[in-house]
Design a protein around this ligand. Structure first.
Ligand code: NAD
Ligand code: GLY
Length: 388
């Protein structure tokens, strides 16, 4: 049976691992047909967490059952601590106990945390079982569910253990974002803005022109916005699945962002917030190194701040930042590589010299406040009000 008609279908071209991202309001109700459409025929393990499961678990179980799938459910605890070897082990224990076979599948119903762990379980159980992503946060719909990065954290750093493992399909129902806490919605906007800065000036301008809609989670902008992010991610991943080169641009904001997340013990900022601050800082580093104009930093900072994201660095020392950055996966022979904007819509990956970074840090960070060329400063409201 073919998959039902879809509002947007974004293909991810990866040879025999190609798949479609389906973006359609109400698609949760069609999951049974969609799973059949991608060839699933065995049982399905739904991996979720108590919050998401309470909201959407029943409907997902019902539609899968209606399509003839027998389901089991494994619930992870809420939040980043679930991205651990312990919880990966508990999923695998359950699959072994229920004698899951190679034709049986794993379906991730949740945000990036659930998707990353469930995907790694799918990659490792029996050396790989079919996997379906049903992302329910904005971060997951525009980023983490696409591209096959799966994994868990190590106590010393984020995402240090994992595998590239592509899903059979990604089913995005924008309706589920209605129950997302405001903070999580806004956090997702950091990843959305990221796509504009790294690859699409026109999309960045669209976001600048729809700040109110973005802040208010206006339904009219969501499907097109999610589609554009998925298109950019699909194009980048298709060209460099295993991050040998260009895919690194998707990590814009993450070198500083991951250091912040670890420093804040994964509880001070949610992922998207840390990425937003990271983007502000990495652009500021770019300006300090003469790689981009002040206007790039200011425009980006203004958009990030206007949608409601934090932009300020905490009261931390240079050694906190430097040691946090050492665990980044773009480190080669101890050399930190960081994504830096050249202009809106264009970035480059640059090796960072410790002494340069230290100079930047001491000139720009005084207890989390800017001292020079202040990218956190509010840019004239005139520019903003002229838009729209
Ligand atoms: P998350 O998965 O922790 O979800 C955020 C919160 O929203 C949780 O409390 C969750 O229970 C709740 N939630 C989820 N969907 C909901 C809904 N529809 N209604 C109400 N509540 C809902 O956080 P996240 O921001 O989605 O993901 C962050 C994780 O994703 C991080 O671990 C990050 O490293 C990872 N990530 C991975 C990739 C990748 O390429 N694999 C890319 C970006 C981020
Ligand atoms: N989120 C970064 C990547 O998928 O490569």
């Amino acid at each position: 049976m073919g998959a039902p008609a879809c509002e947007h279908r974004v293909p991810v071209f990866l040879g025999d691992r190609s798949y479609d991202i389906l973006i359609q309001a109400g698609s949760l109700n069609q999951l049974g047909d969609i799973c059949q459409g991608v060839g699933l025929s065995g049982r399905i393990a739904i991996i979720s967490n108590p919050i998401v499961h309470a909201l959407y678990g029943r409907v997902v179980q019902r539609v899968l059952k209606r399509a003839g799938f027998a389901c089991i459910t494994v619930l992870l605890p809420n939040g980043e601590p679930a991205k651990s070897m312990t919880w990966l082990g508990k999923i695998l224990d359950e699959l072994v106990a229920k004698r899951f076979e190679r034709r049986d599948a794993i379906l991730a119903l949740g945000g990036g945390v659930v998707g990353d762990v469930a995907g790694f379980a799918a990659a490792s159980y029996l050396r790989g079982v079919p996997f379906v992503q049903v992302p329910t946060t904005l971060v997951a719909q525009v980023d983490s569910s696409v591209g096959g990065k799966t994994g868990v954290n190590h106590p010393l750093g984020k995402n240090l253990i994992g595998a590239f493992y592509q899903p059979k399909t990604v089913v995005i129902d924008p309706h589920v974002l209605q129950t997302l806490p405001k903070r999580e919605w806004v956090a997702g906007l950091a990843e959305v803005i990221k796509y504009g800065v790294i690859a699409d000036q026109g999309f960045f301008e669209f976001l600048e022109n729809h700040i109110e809609d973005l802040r208010n989670q206006h339904e009219t902008v969501i499907p097109d916005m999610v589609r554009r992010c998925c298109e950019i991610k699909a194009e980048v991943v298709a060209g460099d699945e295993r991050e040998a080169g260009r895919r690194k641009i998707l990590n814009y904001g993450h070198t500083v962002g991951h250091a912040l997340e670890a420093w804040g013990k994964y509880s001070t900022w949610v992922h998207g917030e840390a990425v937003g601050i990271g983007m502000v800082q990495e652009a500021s580093i770019g300006q300090f190194l003469g790689r981009c104009d002040r206007e790039v930093v200011e425009r980006q900072t203004e958009l990030i701040r206007e949608v409601g994201l934090p932009v300020a660095m905490p009261k931390w020392g240079f050694s906190d930042l430097w040691s946090g950055m050492q665990h980044d996966k773009k480190v080669v022979k101890g050399q930190i590589n960081c994504v830096i904007p050249e202009s809106i819509g264009r970035v480059q990956v640059l090796p960072l010299d410790r002494s340069d970074l230290q100079k930047w840090f001491s000139q720009t960070n005084v207890h989390g406040k800017r001292r020079t060329t202040d990218p956190h400063k509010r840019v004239s409201q005139n520019r903003l009000s002229k838009k729209k």
